[in-house]
Design a protein around this ligand. Structure first.
Ligand code: URA
Length: 236
């Protein structure tokens, strides 16, 4: 692979800047400066350093972000800060979020360039469980639990698939956990609206086998572990 392609895929800098960096001896291959952007390197074998930092190459990258409220789930946006702005700069340049959390929703967001995995996780047929914690303006009762279990009319062609609702606290303001298997637009907010209540806080806790632990503060991200990658991709 060409050196400039390697560095550009790992988002080190735009290609034009990379060319200058290479010419200025800021890039070392196996300890020696190289002058030509087209120099061939072997990912995983050659050691590439840029300004003293080793740049590893990943063909597939899997990031878990603890999304804060106030950032949009998009790869780029002209006005708003996006979830991609929260990842470290040195990471693949072709990453995208898997699905979407609303701007005011917090919690677990998977970001990857594994398109096949994204497709599988988002496919309505796959029924991947997504569990959220929410605060609700309104009294959530066993009747709501029953309704969510049966499916609710949120104005789409079909009722929502059965959702598991667990009440943690019920009062004028309630605290709940909900597990859904679909990913319809504003789904949880619309489900509560359909029963006359309002979601005032929403946080995704898990998606399939991936769980948001307390190792990540709001806005922090980390690579998935090998074990998590195996669980989510099903590859051995
Ligand atoms: N449901 C919503 O209403 N919003 C989200 O961000 C996720 C699920």
């Amino acid at each position: 692979m060409r050196l400039d392609k390697y560095l550009s895929e790992m988002n080190v800098a735009p290609r034009s800047v990379l060319k200058q960096m290479i010419r200025k001896n800021q890039v070392l291959v196996n300890g020696a400066p190289v002058k030509k952007p087209e120099t061939k390197v072997e990912p995983g074998k050659d050691e590439i350093m840029v300004e003293g930092e080793a740049i590893h190459y990943y063909e597939m990258e899997y990031w878990l972000l603890h999304k804060p409220a106030g950032v949009v789930t998009a790869t780029r946006d002209n006005r708003e800060k996006t979830v991609m702005d929260l990842l470290p700069q040195i990471r693949r340049s072709d990453l995208s979020p898997v699905g979407r959390l609303d701007k005011d929703t917090e919690g677990l967001l998977l970001i990857t360039n594994d398109g096949a995995l994204s497709h599988r996780l988002l496919s309505p047929k796959k029924h991947v469980d997504k569990t959220y914690f929410a605060e609700i303006d309104g009294r959530v009762t066993e009747e709501t639990v029953q309704k969510f279990q049966e499916g609710v009319d949120i104005g789409d062609e079909t009722l929502t698939a059965p959702a598991l609702l667990i009440i943690e606290e019920s009062g004028e303001k309630s605290r709940i956990r909900i597990t859904i298997t679909e990913g319809r637009y504003h789904q949880i907010k619309r489900m509560f609206e359909a029963v006359g209540m309002k979601v005032t806080y929403l946080k995704r806790l898990s998606m399939g086998p991936l769980v948001l632990g307390d190792d990540l503060s709001l806005g922090e991200s980390r690579h998935l572990t090998e074990e998590e990658i195996l669980m989510i991709t099903g590859k051995q």
